[in-house]
Write a protein that binds this ligand. Structure first.
Ligand code: FAD
Length: 349
């Protein structure tokens, strides 16, 4: 086992929230190591709503650029509450562009921005940390051990570090996503389409010639794993709008998409950021922006030595967002007896 030189802070997880936290810590003069597990790359087709560009640029620099594979999007079309597609036209919003991202590229650029501010990026996978006095020891699967006085869990929905430090996840639902990424050979325009159905909802996002098509439902409403592909294709064929977006799609992969909130999301010498602290329903399209912003704010709170206001801001954002989520699901009343919708309508009572 080898020990690297101690640092002030270790950020575990090199997704957007981890990169934002590492960038903000390094900018404030904190000696920080970001542990990035290369095995997972992001997928194309996640969206940033208008109002994101300033925040992202202030943290990562000018990474939002069509020359970097991202696309400005015209808006969202949704058949929600009725069979008709209704368009929210972002192009009429003069305040800011909305984006469809190439996530792998975005994540690479975010880590590069953190490195440019002085964060050290280390490839590897962290195991359970242990605290010795005020110092954390974080073993890596490589056999190396890192030490620091502050540790950040940015491991995404798994919250792999914070759960071991006593954080409990308050899960609001059991939402999962069956996601397939393929090609669109039509002149489909960049942007996102959403369509609600009896046992969940679909979205399809087009970026360039690629399309990402996902079905969101509750885990217990799915058939056995070996039947996911056939189930998903039959359900896609019965949609009214989304089936028109993509052709030649592989079988879908299952991903967690539940709404959850970590309590407490910080403790002595540690904090959880991004999805590890609060994971949002993909319907909100705010996982990235909220995760990045709150991760940078967590870094500032650490530097000022007081996480309480940060924790309160996180709790208030969760409360507001859970309220909006209930209202939005409440707008779909076509299937009052379907378990998927009944569970969500109960949030309003
Ligand atoms: C179907 C779906 C659609 C979505 N669409 C949108 C959208 O349109 N817009 C939007 O804003 N958000 C969207 N989201 C949410 C968005 O993907 C997340 O909010 C975002 O990825 C969270 O970033 P993060 O950095 O917290 O975690 P992640 O991106 O999950 O990154 C965590 C990183 O930590 C690494 N890691 C885990 N454990 C360890 C370990 N032990 N050691 C080292 N590294 C580790 C992982 O490999 C990963 O690289 C969507 C989510 C889903 C499921």
């Amino acid at each position: 086992m080898s020990h690297s030189r101690p640092s002030d802070a270790i950020v575990v997880g090199g997704g957007p929230a981890g990169a934002a936290c590492a960038a903000a810590l390094a900018r404030a003069g904190v000696d920080v190591v970001l542990i990035h597990d290369e095995r997972r790359g992001g997928w194309p087709g996640e969206s940033l709503p208008p109002g994101s560009t300033g925040v992202i640029t202030s943290i990562f620099g000018p990474v939002l650029d069509e020359a970097r594979g991202h696309r400005i999007t015209a808006g969202i079309r949704a058949a929600w509450g009725s069979r008709d597609l209704v368009e929210t036209d972002y192009l009429r919003d003069p305040s800011d562009d909305a984006w469809v991202l190439d996530r792998a590229r975005f994540d690479d650029d975010a880590r590069a921005a953190a490195a440019s501010h002085g964060a050290r990026i280390l490839l590897g996978r962290a195991q359970t940390p242990e605290r010795n006095g005020s110092i954390w020891q974080v073993p890596l699967t490589s056999g190396e051990t890192l030490t620091a006085r502050f540790i950040v869990d940015a491991t995404g929905r798994s919250a792999a570090v914070a759960r071991r430090l006593g954080m409990r996840s308050r899960r609001r639902d059991q939402l999962v996503a069956l996601v397939a990424i393929g090609r669109t050979d039509r002149a489909a325009r960049t942007g996102t389409m959403v369509e609600s159905v009896e046992n969940g909802w679909w979205y399809a996002t087009v970026i360039g010639e690629r399309a990402i098509v996902a079905f969101l439902t509750d885990a217990d409403l799915l058939p056995k794993p070996d039947e996911h592909g056939a189930f998903w294709r039959a359900a896609l064929a019965s949609t009214q709008h989304v089936r028109r977006i993509a052709t030649a799609l592989p079988d879908p992969e299952l991903h967690r998409a539940d709404t959850a909130f970590g309590e407490p999301a910080y403790g002595p010498g540690w904090v959880a950021v991004g999805d590890a602290a609060a994971a949002w329903d993909p319907l909100s399209s705010q996982g990235l922006l909220a995760g990045i912003l709150l991760a940078a704010q967590a870094a500032q709170a650490f530097v000022h030595g007081d996480m309480r206001e940060w924790g309160e801001d996180l709790r208030m954002l969760v409360e507001d967002t859970w309220g909006l989520q209930a209202l939005y699901y409440g707008e779909e009343i076509r299937w009052p007896d379907a378990p998927f919708w009944q569970r969500r309508h109960a949030w309003l009572t």
